[in-house]
Design a protein around this ligand. Structure first.
Ligand code: G6P
Length: 471
């Protein structure tokens, strides 16, 4: 069984009450969907919208497969107020910001009565998952719990069903103890001991796994054995695993060869002509560091007039989590910054920057295929699959990559690594990337492609199952 906040499908409801089903979005969902498609498993997820809630009410026991042509999915109808507090306030505004070191951006930590109510909802939300999993799981089943939304569910589930084998996987970075200590002590303890309710706790890189183990030692006084990667706490020993997630290159290449992508390629070529193309593709999210990335491009243009008219930056900044004001404000900041660049440099026949703020997957695949340089500069990122997808779809793109992205552990040797806060350093890396000789960039790109496809979702998932079986 898989448990995650967002599920493989979502529903929208039209004014006359008709429900339309679509695939759920995001890296976690696309990776796991590929696994779920050819596996024999049940996926437990939350209803995220009114459309989802409408669908749940039509589905006996919340089992969508019995009412819609979805895979085996059980969607939980958690009350909108509880869901909002658990998802937006705790998961996305607290745990996400702690693990991505994003405090003192627009966020300033303050844990008072309001947070306590939100925390109570987060508990309730995790409890609803634990209960549903306990109901659905056959004897001795394996349950794979995903991400920071569900840190408490493993321990809660173990109380209900000690026979199950439980894994938790974190798709985000993990904060070092000095940063994790922003959380109230009891919350820090509950999060860590919640995850330690599993038999196996997985992370995308060694760095995040070690940070988690450090937190367990500091906040729980747990016994950590770094050699065997185990944490002993409360009379149990939990194995810590490192499982980098990669891309199914074949499937991605096939999708990127479809006619809708080809027609975007023609349109982009029309716009860009024979100019060099710098591409970035992100959700508009503070950890993605889009404003600093655009500012680096601006510094690059200011410092290199010889490139004026010869380069275009195509930036995709897709809407994300717009229920939160901080995300909406960030989108506005990205747009302001893009306008300033345009005002400063655009000429009658040259648009230095084209910003896309609407979801357009086929267009972004076309951009990957045409990129000369791919800029991926997050402040911190669990992995970052954009850094892996680019080299799979392009034979010659140079990768400018933040050293703080999990992907840097696998791709660092062939990327141009940057400090994400160092705007001038990033501007210099963009310049260096544009000047990389053809042969050098092709060689790097081939090695990046190999690394990017080493752990496609199926293998990533199977490795975790095997690790869980060895616990
Ligand atoms: C990204 C992160 C995942 C996270 C997901 C949630 O893909 O890498 O760790 O689960 O976002 O996104 P959502 O849109 O559901 O808030």
């Amino acid at each position: 069984m898989i448990a995650s906040n967002r599920g493989p499908v979502s529903f929208s409801m039209s004014d006359d009450g008709t429900l339309t089903m679509r695939r759920g979005g995001g890296g976690l969902v696309s990776g796991l969907s590929e696994v779920a498609r050819d596996g024999d498993l049940l996926w437990v997820c939350a209803a995220l919208s009114d459309g989802d809630r409408g669908a749940v009410r039509l589905a006996p026991g919340g089992r969508l497969d019995r009412a819609f042509d979805a895979g085996p999915v059980r969607m939980l109808d958690i009350s909108p107020a509880v869901f909002h507090r658990a998802y937006n306030a705790v998961a996305n505004s607290t745990l996400w910001f702690v693990n991505h070191l994003l405090y003192n951006t627009p966020f300033t930590p303050q844990f008072g009565m309001r947070f306590r109510r939100e925390w109570e909802s987060y508990r309730e939300y995790n409890g609803a998952f634990a209960l549903a999993l306990a109901e659905e799981a056959g004897p001795g089943s394996r349950v794979m719990v995903q991400d920071y939304h569900l840190t408490l569910a493993p321990a809660m589930l173990r109380v209900e069903r000690p026979d199950l084998r439980i894994a938790h996987f974190s798709h985000t970075p993990w904060a070092p103890p000095e940063y994790f200590s922003l959380l109230p002590d009891d919350v820090a303890v509950e999060v860590l001991s919640g995850i330690l309710g599993s038999d196996h706790a997985g992370f995308l890189t060694t760095r995040w796994a070690e940070a988690f183990m450090d937190c367990c030692a500091v906040f729980l006084g747990a016994r950590v054995d770094r050699e065997s990667r185990t944490v002993s706490f409360g009379g149990r020993t939990v194995r810590i695993g490192v499982h980098p997630l990669g891309v199914n290159g074949e499937a991605l290449r096939a999708r990127a060869a479809e006619p809708d992508v080809e027609s975007h390629i023609a349109a982009i070529k029309d716009m860009v002509g024979d100019r060099k193309l710098i591409v970035r593709i992100d959700r508009t999210e503070l950890s993605k560091n889009i404003v600093r990335g655009l500012t680096a491009y601006r510094e690059f243009l200011a410092g290199h007039p010889e490139w004026h008219g010869k380069v275009v930056h195509l930036a995709f900044a897709y809407p994300s989590r717009h229920d939160l004001p901080e995300y909406r404000e960030y989108t506005a900041a990205v747009q302001r910054c893009a306008k300033e660049i345009d005002d400063e440099f655009a000429t009658e026949d040259w648009d230095p920057l084209i910003l896309n703020v609407h979801d357009d997957y086929p267009r972004s695949l076309a951009a990957y295929r045409l990129a000369d340089v791919l800029l991926v500069n997050p402040i911190r990122d669990g992995m970052n699959l954009v850094a892996k997808e680019g080299p799979i779809l392009s034979r010659r793109c140079a990768l400018v990559l933040s050293r703080e992205a999990g992907a840097a552990a696998e791709l660092g040797a062939d990327a141009l690594l940057v400090n994400p806060y160092d705007v001038s350093g990033t501007a210099a890396a963009l310049h260096e990337a544009l000047l990389l000789p053809e042969e050098d960039r092709a060689g790097r790109c081939a090695r990046l492609r190999e690394a990017a496809t080493a752990f496609p979702p199926r293998r990533w998932f199977d490795d975790q199952l095997a690790a869980l079986d060895r616990c």
